[in-house]
Design a protein around this ligand. Structure first.
Ligand SMILES: [Zn+2]
Length: 459
């Protein structure tokens, strides 16, 4: 194997790869004056941007956490790449021919390189997309058709079909000079008695990162005799696919999220498609996992976050108990997002895909426009459990609701939430406030109402 990349080629990569362009795939940047740009730091949590990029110097620096460096170190850090791999990726993107020193030490990381895994995904995606037109894929085409997706929609999202004959993908990849090690590491092919396609016989969606590279697939069961019962299969963890961070649709949504300061989180691939086709261009979905703090961090990087407006994250939970549980969990989880989190619930528990089929594009846009604050949804879910026609029911509802309100760390919000609770239960606001104080005092929560740290947390 070749040795070290020549220094002048590395310099050429640094020269040609535009740092603002590269960073923009991960962080929304805005003009900060003096030829520099700023955004929310991807390396630490923050509310206001202290991550600066200076294109003329090819340099980034975060005043919050002290991270800094050039375009190569940025890519290494954010995608967990080795130096060589980061240089190779940039060289490829910016058309720099890399030459190697003869006989130098080889710093190639062990295992297939990220670039190879991404290339294998690109080849697999094309292969699947072409298969969607095959006679065998009739069920897959019917599935799309029944959900209101035509050929143009399938093309836009790169939807495809994995042939039932499990070795077809492997043969195709092998012909394109991919090794067994590479396609297995990519999570595309598994090794049993033969190399078989993990998603064989299924309708597949390419999952792309924010830079539009396909890094994984989601696959839906469509044949009744599919031996794998799971309705959906997703790529497992691989060197390029981390499900705690992956958001389906982020490649299409990120610009609109930045522009509109709003992100919509839906539950599935077809919901993302339905939203985008209906004109809700900010929709994304997690893939086979619940929305977690890492997903929130990814979204926040794209949300417009200037001048105190934090942007909105809208969840389309269904209105059933699972959805309510999820809302309560979100409320009690990372509270920095509480005040910017909204819930949109469609009539009769429809998801956006069903809503679009039954009522059209307009109804999907209205669903999102009719969002309600998460805290109100969560309070209602708690209060609804009690019989408010009875005095003891009201007391219990007030106590449970107060518990939820008292758990809010952002003390500036507590009073507003207590008033909201009073309205829901039908008691005087002062009574709700004193109940919240009582509950908060007993739990010994960090700082009583009106305590320090009103609207924030240390950054
Ligand atoms: Zn930072």
């Amino acid at each position: 194997m070749a040795g070290r990349i020549r220094d002048d080629d590395i310099a050429a990569v640094r020269e040609k790869a535009r740092i603002d362009e590269v960073v923009s795939s991960y962080v929304t940047l805005r003009n900060a004056g003096g030829g520099s740009q700023k955004g929310l730091c991807p390396f630490h949590d923050e509310k206001s941007p202290s991550f600066h990029v200076t294109p003329s110097r090819g340099f980034y620096h975060c005043f919050g956490c002290g991270e800094g460096g050039d375009v190569i170190s940025f890519l290494m850090k954010i995608d967990g790449l080795g130096f060589t791999e980061a240089v190779e990726r940039l060289a490829e993107k910016y058309g720099v021919q890399l030459r190697r020193e003869e006989g130098g030490p080889d710093d190639k990381p062990r295992g297939p390189q990220r670039r190879r895994l991404v290339e294998a995904h690109a080849v697999a995606q094309e292969f699947y997309a072409a298969q969607l037109r095959s006679p065998e894929a009739i069920e897959a085409r019917r599935f799309l058709d029944q959900r209101g997706f035509d050929q143009a929609a399938a093309t836009m999202f790169g939807v495809g079909y994995a042939p039932r004959e499990g070795e077809a993908l492997w043969r195709h990849l092998r012909d394109r000079k991919f090794t067994s090690e590479e396609v297995i590491a990519a999570g595309l092919v598994a090794m049993g008695r033969s190399h078989y396609d993990k998603f064989r016989g299924r309708l597949v969606w390419p999952i792309r990162d924010s830079a539009s590279d396909t890094i994984g697939f989601g696959a839906r069961r469509i044949h009744d005799d599919d031996k794998i019962e799971a309705k959906y299969l997703n790529t497992a963890e691989t060197p390029i696919y981390k499900k705690s961070q992956v958001l389906y649709g982020i490649d299409l949504a990120r610009r609109e999220i930045a522009r509109s300061a709003q992100a919509v989180v839906v539950e599935g691939y077809t919901d993302v498609m339905a939203c985008h086709l209906s004109g809700v261009g900010t929709a994304v979905a997690t893939c086979g996992t619940a929305f977690g703090d890492d997903h929130a961090r990814v979204l926040r990087r794209f949300l417009d976050d200037h001048e105190g407006t934090q942007g909105e994250v809208i969840f389309t939970f269904d209105g059933d108990s699972a959805g309510q549980k999820a809302a309560l969990k979100a409320f009690q989880g990372d509270q920095r997002f509480v005040s910017q989190t909204y819930i949109a619930v469609a009539p009769e528990g429809q998801d956006p895909c069903e809503l679009r089929i039954n009522s059209g594009d307009e109804a999907v846009r209205e669903l999102i426009a009719g969002r309600r604050p998460l805290y109100r949804f969560a309070l209602e879910s708690v209060v609804k459990r009690f019989d408010l026609d009875r005095a003891d029911g009201r007391i219990d509802a007030l106590r449970e609701g107060a518990r939820l309100v008292a758990s809010v760390r952002d003390k500036a919000k507590v009073d507003a939430f207590a008033r909201e609770l009073a309205g829901l239960v039908g008691v005087d606001p002062d009574q709700a406030r004193s109940e919240v104080r009582r509950v908060a005092g007993r739990s010994g929560g960090a700082g009583g109402p009106g305590g320090p740290g009103a609207s924030g947390r240390p950054d």
